[in-house]
Design a protein around this ligand. Structure first.
Ligand code: NAI
Length: 338
């Protein structure tokens, strides 16, 4: 059996060197995305590849997959499979497995990191010190202990976040469309309605999926209902927050600080290019400006969508996806979406 690993970064290379192919299995390791290789580079693997191990950068379209004549399985090293043509895989009996639940703690810890960084001015004081500026009275922060934290969305990540801030001595108010009674029974949080969170929380952290219904759930009107000087943390998805409304609230100090691992149109910043724009729409130009302006505020910390990215989480992903492939090779049952 031959496994073709694409989108291979240094950490994955390291993992594969620590986990060499067992007898009867061979690895082909490609650093590039499958879409960035032409037939000259990839053609020699079209007939020999049994399994493709992929990260999100490769788009496994039906057209591309059809070139691999003996393909039996696709194993993603990520949650979700929106980069894989599932219809094609179903029609051609190609199993598709993805990794679920590798990074709840990882993202929750990062959200706490953003929160502490903001509330204690860690990054700002460091930046000033780098420029030789010391004015300790401007670096004064707040304790988390005793503060009220609103957690919106208590699924896999939100519930860990709730536990972590509870351990700091915060009072945790939670809101979810489907409250988790076990979490409430632990004494970690108290479920309430979202209006109560807006009214009472000193800190609000968002852990909901980006659905049509949740688009701009934090907006001018909801921010107006929040306490003056509230801190907002978002490690979920950019379009849960209306960036323009948040920017204005940060400037007016209605919102004291924001920790954002995700942004609307974040690819403008991440790719640092305008090529990613579907078109030079008015909206696109607006977000280019607003994201740049956000980055310049000293009460905001923006990180480039890295909350999931710890060595431990990456190893959990690699272990799970490797297990999927080895189980498949051994003829064991695997949970496949196709
Ligand atoms: P999950 O599906 O386990 O939990 C989401 C929770 O939100 C569910 O309990 C759901 O009932 C609740 N919910 C949905 N709409 C709601 C609303 N309007 N009000 C209140 N609750 C609502 O998801 P998980 O794994 O906890 O992920 C949360 C978010 O974190 C997702 O947006 C995900 O995309 C994002 N994420 C971000 C990462 C990063 O690196 N920044 C990495 C992984 C996930």
């Amino acid at each position: 059996m031959q496994i073709l690993f694409c989108d291979v970064d240094d950490l994955t290379k390291q993992y594969l060197s620590e986990h060499p192919a067992p007898n009867g299995v061979s690895y082909v390791i490609c650093e590039k995305s499958l879409n960035d290789m032409d037939d000259d580079e990839l053609g020699k693997y079209y007939d020999t590849t049994d399994i493709i191990s992929t990260f999100v950068y490769s788009r496994l379209t039906g057209e591309l997959l059809s070139k691999f004549k003996n393909l039996k399985m696709v194993s993603t090293r990520s949650t979700g499979y929106n980069n894989v043509d599932l219809d094609y895989c179903r029609a051609h009996n190609i199993k598709v497995a993805n990794v679920v639940g590798y990074g709840e703690i990882t993202v929750a810890e990062f959200a706490v990191g953003l929160l502490l960084n903001l509330t204690r001015n860690i990054e700002f004081s460091h930046q000033k010190l780098n420029r030789g500026i010391v004015n300790v009275d401007q670096d004064i922060g707040i304790d988390l202990h005793g503060k009220t934290v609103g957690v919106i969305g208590t699924g896999a990540i939100g519930r860990h976040f709730a536990r972590l801030v509870h351990a700091f001595g915060c009072k945790v108010l939670a809101y979810d469309l489907y409250p988790n009674q076990a979490l409430a029974d632990e004494g970690t949080c108290e479920y309430t309605d979202v209006e109560t969170i807006y009214k009472n929380a000193d800190i609000i952290s968002i852990h909901c999926p980006a659905t049509k219904e949740n688009y701009h759930m934090i907006n001018k009107d909801t921010i107006a209902k929040m306490k003056d000087g509230v801190y907002i943390i978002n490690t979920a998805r950019g379009d849960l927050i209306d960036t323009v409304a948040l920017y204005n609230a940060l400037v007016s100090k209605k919102v004291k600080g924001a920790g954002l691992d995700v942004l609307e149109y974040e690819d403008i910043i991440l790719k640092n290019t305008v090529e990613s724009a579907p078109e030079q729409s008015k909206e696109y130009i607006l977000y280019s400006l607003i994201n740049q302006k956000l980055l310049q505020l000293n009460n905001v910390i923006v990180t480039p969508h890295i909350a999931f990215n710890s060595i431990d989480a990456n190893y959990r992903i690699l272990n799970t996806s490797m297990q999927h492939m080895m189980d498949f090779i051994d003829g064991k049952e695997i949970r496949s979406v196709a």
